[in-house]
Structures are given as structure tokens and as C-alpha cells.
Design a protein around this ligand. Structure first.
Ligand code: UD1
Ligand code: CA
Length: 453
């Protein structure tokens, strides 16, 4: 049976104390509701319906890349009411899975179990909690069959002892779900239409109720405040660190790496403390990432050394390169094999050729650099004239003396030597020596000015 997923995301999230709707708060740099959406897609959902309410425009705008149907719940009259809003959009022949936009870490496998259970039946995900306070409790008869769910506020003291609670996540055939929901009312302590009331109705209707349970309780934990968000973030990060180590990646401290995207890291990579990896990051085998590095949407080859405190964004670093400490590779920095970029160097939109070195205090932008070039300390490509960007082209085996300015557009051909302190404004042909400095004068008998008394 095909699958429709309904994501409830209408809640306000008052306890976040934020102008941002709750489901847009980020876990691993991705909105909570996007984690849920991705899980729905991973399950092969034919359609995803998002029920939105508070901050709807903002939610839709942020999630405009979703392949989903958006349905507004104008008033929040309860979880049952929320699901009912989906019925005009949902394919009722499908199996319908109800998820929550603020419960981000449910595993695909757990939901797959639930869906397997739900074929022709009503299936709910429950969990046993030491402290079940606040949750709906699962009622069972002497045959251990589910007979209903009672909310905390409606539960008798005896029912409050029950530790098996409702996670809210359930699956049911669309037609059946609609029929059951049409028969619920709001005669309870909160005056809400409870989704949970369908279980009692199903039991009366002889619809079998199955339960599945997650492997870990964090899978069904929701985010109501920033403390819970931070707790889930740490769990998420720990899981990624565990997976990396299982795959042969060495982490100096699994509690001090944050992955906010897709990290494709080969075995025998060593990552020191406080790494932040964002977006799509690839690191080849044998590479070494020093402490405090931020790596965003970048590809790093094999046996690369990135020393402490580097920032890379949209950069490519080929095999055997050395970067840092304190280097910044900005978008479209491309280091070919065996290149070296040292401390306090900024590279932007530039190719650094094989074996070339930019070791100290330099800015190289909008540049094509050949092989085995040595760029001295303090070299600047002056790529911007205040209005437009211009290109610097440097051939192979060029030697750029320290404190040189290359005023673009400018081409330095193969084998050129540039004396220290040059301001190069014109193209230089192969193998020439360029010096641009006024001749040195030494004045004898010079007396320094003295301080007035
Ligand atoms: C609900 C369950 C409870 C379960 C608990 C698990 C009901 C009646 N109770 O209680 O059995 O143990 O979840 O966390 O279902 N929402 C809407 N529109 C509404 C109401 C809610 O979109 O009109 C969304 C909320 O944004 C939230 C979710 O549904 O994400 C749950 O709603 P909430 O009122 O917090 O339910 P609980 O009281 O926690
Ligand atoms: Ca409630």
C-alpha cells in the first residue's frame, strides 16, 4: 500500500520564547520539520502533507523546497482536528502515517516497523517511560490488547501509574482513519479534539490495534523548549560521531565534533577537537584535521594536513596538501596536489597549482597559479579596483618576492622572478626579473631628532 505522511506542525511553541516558529528551530543546522520531512521521504512516501498554523508564511517560505502539500489549520483545536484538516488533500486509499514537526529524530526503521504492523489495522508507536507524567497513557485489557488512550489531564490516579505512553505517532488506512476521526468529540478537560480518542472507537469497531516501540526513547522525544532542543542536538551529534568511529575515523573527542550536513569521511582520517563540518564535506583517507577547524561544503583529498584554526568554505584541496594553521580558504579556492597554504593566508576563487606554496600572510584572489610557484610573505593580488574584479595569472616556477602587490589584470609568465617589495602593474614575460623599487640610499652622519625638554 502506498504511503501518505501527515506532519503536524501547527503548534506555536510558546516555551521556545522565540519569534521563530518552533518547527523552524534548527537541529544540526536544519529546521526540525525538515528532519521529519526527510524521514517521510526516506520511507518512500507518495505524498507529504504538512499541517501548519502559527508562523505559517515563515514556515512555508523556509520549506519551499519541500515536495509537500500545505494545509492550514486556522485554529488549533487539538491533534484530532489537526489530522482532519488533511483529509481533503490526502489519498484515502493510502496508509496514512502521522508524524510531528517537532519530533525530529525518529528512525526510519522504527517507522517501518510501525507501518508493517499497520497493514489493515491501526498501529501506534508507544514507549515505556520511568516518568510518564504529561503523556497520554496506553490502556490495555487483560489480553494485553490496547483499548484506548487517556490523556494526563483526564487520567485517574490509577491510570497515571501506567508507564506505557503514547508517542502520538500512528499509522492507519486513510478511509478508516477518516471514519474514526469523524466520530470523535471535544468533551474532555481541555476541550480539544483528541487524535487519541480514535483508539477507543477502533476497539469498539473491532479494528485491531497494534503497537510498535522505538529502540531508544529519544526517537520519540519532542522539542518544547531550548533545553530539549540542545539535548536532542547532542544525541544527534553523538550518533554521528559513533557512526564515524565505527567506519574507521579517529576522533580526538567524540563529544567535540559537530556535523551539520553530510560528512563523507574515509577511514584513517584523524579529526582533532572542535571540528565543525557543515553541508557536504568529503575527506579522503589519511588526512588530518587539526583542532578548531570549520569546514563547509568542501572536498579534501587523501593525506592532507589541515592544521589548527582553519576555515574552509566551498574549497577543494587535493591530495597531500598542507593548509594552515590559521588559513582561510574561501569559495572556489582550489589547491592542486602537494600545494601548501600557510598561516594567515586567504585564498578566494583561485587555483594554486601543484606543489606551489603560499606560506605566509597573503591574499590570493581571482588567480590562476601554475606549478611550483613560491609566493613570498605578504603578497597581495590587488583584484578589485573599487568597481570590478580582475584576474591575476601566474605561470609555472615563478618566484614572487615578499611584500609584492600584483595589480590585476596582470599576467606573470613562467619562470619569472619578482624582487621583494614590487608593485607589478604590467604583464611580465617568461624568465624575466622584475624589480620595482626606488634605489636604496644610505645617508651618513644622520642624526635622529631629539625630544624637546
Ligand atoms: C499528545 C497526545 C498524547 C501524547 C503526546 C506525546 C493527543 C490528544 N495527545 O499530547 O497522548 O502522549 O502528544 O507528545 O494527541 N498540534 C497541532 N494542532 C493542534 C494541536 C496540536 O498541529 O490543534 C501539534 C502540536 O504542534 C504538537 C503536536 O501536535 O506538535 C502535539 O500537540 P500537543 O497539544 O502538544 O499534544 P500533547 O498534549 O503533548
Ligand atoms: Ca495539549
Amino acid at each position: 500500500m502506498s504511503l501518505s505522511v501527515v506532519i503536524l506542525a501547527a503548534g506555536k511553541g510558546t516555551r521556545m520564547k522565540s519569534g521563530t516558529p518552533k518547527v523552524l528551530h534548527k537541529l544540526a543546522n536544519k529546521p526540525l520539520v525538515e528532519h521529519v520531512y526527510t524521514t517521510a521521504k526516506d520511507l518512500g512516501a507518495e505524498e507529504v502533507i504538512v499541517i501548519y498554523g502559527h508562523g505559517g508564511d515563515q514556515v512555508k517560505e523556509t520549506c519551499k523546497h519541500f515536495d509537500a502539500k500545505w494545509v492550514e489549520q486556522k485554529e488549533q483545536l487539538g491533534t484530532g482536528h489537526a489530522v482532519m484538516q488533511a483529509f481533503d488533500s490526502v489519498n484515502l486509499n493510502n496508509n496514512v502515517l502521522v508524524l510531528y514537526g517537532d519530533v525530529p529524530l525518529t528512525k526510519k526503521e522504527t517507522l517501518q516497523d510501525l507501518l508493517n504492523d499497520s497493514q489493515g489495522k491501526l498501529a501506534l508507536l508507544s514507549v515505556n517511560l520511568d516518568k510518564p507524567f504529561g503523556y497520554g497513557r496506553i490502556l490495555r485489557n487483560e489480553k494485553n490488547q490496547v483499548t484506548g488512550i487517556v490523556e494526563q489531564k483526564d487520567a485517574t490516579p490509577e491510570q497515571q501509574e501506567i508507564q506505557e505512553v503514547n508517542t502520538g505517532i500512528l499509522a492507519c488506512n486513510g478511509e478508516t482513519l477518516k471514519r474514526l476521526l469523524n466520530n470523535i468529540d471535544n468533551k474532555n478537560s481541555q476541550g480539544e479534539y483528541y487524535l487519541t480518542d480514535i483508539f477507543e472507537l477502533a476497539e469498539k469497531d473491532n479494528i485491531e490495534i497494534k503497537t510498535a516501540q522505538p529502540e531508544a526513547s529519544y526517537e520519540v522525544e519532542g522539542v518544547n523548549n531550548r533545553l530539549q532542543l540542545a539535548t536532542l542536538e547532542r544525541i544527534f551529534q553523538k550518533n554521528i560521531a559513533d557512526e564515524l568511529m565505527t567506519n574507521g575515523v579517529a576522533l580526538a573527542d567524540p563529544a567535540r565534533i559537530d556535523v551539520r550536513g553530510n560528512a563523507d569521511i574515509s577511514n584513517d582520517v584523524y579529526i582533532d577537537i572542535n571540528a565543525v563540518l557543515e553541508g557536504d564535506v568529503k575527506i579522503g583517507s589519511g588526512s588530518n584535521i587539526g583542532p578548531n577547524c570549520v569546514i563547509i561544503n568542501s572536498t579534501i583529498g587523501e593525506n592532507v594536513t589541515i592544521k589548527a584554526n582553519c576555515i574552509l568554505e566551498n574549497a577543494i584541496v587535493e591530495n597531500n596538501c598542507e593548509v594552515g594553521p590559521y588559513a582561510r580558504l574561501r569559495p572556489e579556492a582550489h589547491l592542486s596536489q602537494n600545494a601548501k597554504v600557510g598561516n594567515f593566508v586567504e585564498i578566494k576563487k583561485a587555483n594554486i597549482g601543484e606543489g606551489s606554496k603560499v606560506n605566509h600572510l597573503s591574499y590570493i584572489g581571482d588567480t590562476e597559479m601554475g606549478k611550483n610557484v613560491n609566493v613570498g610573505a605578504g603578497t597581495i593580488t590587488c583584484n578589485y579596483d573599487g568597481a570590478n574584479k580582475h584576474k591575476t595569472i601566474i605561470g609555472d616556477n615563478v618566484f614572487v618576492g615578499s611584500d609584492t602587490q600584483l595589480v590585476a589584470p596582470v599576467t606573470i609568465e613562467d619562470g619569472v622572478t619578482i624582487g621583494a617589495g614590487a608593485t607589478v602593474t604590467k604583464d611580465v614575460a617568461e624568465n624575466m626579473l622584475v624589480i620595482s623599487r626606488s634605489p636604496q640610499k644610505s645617508i651618513s652622519g644622520w642624526e635622529r631628532p631629539k625630544k624637546k625638554k
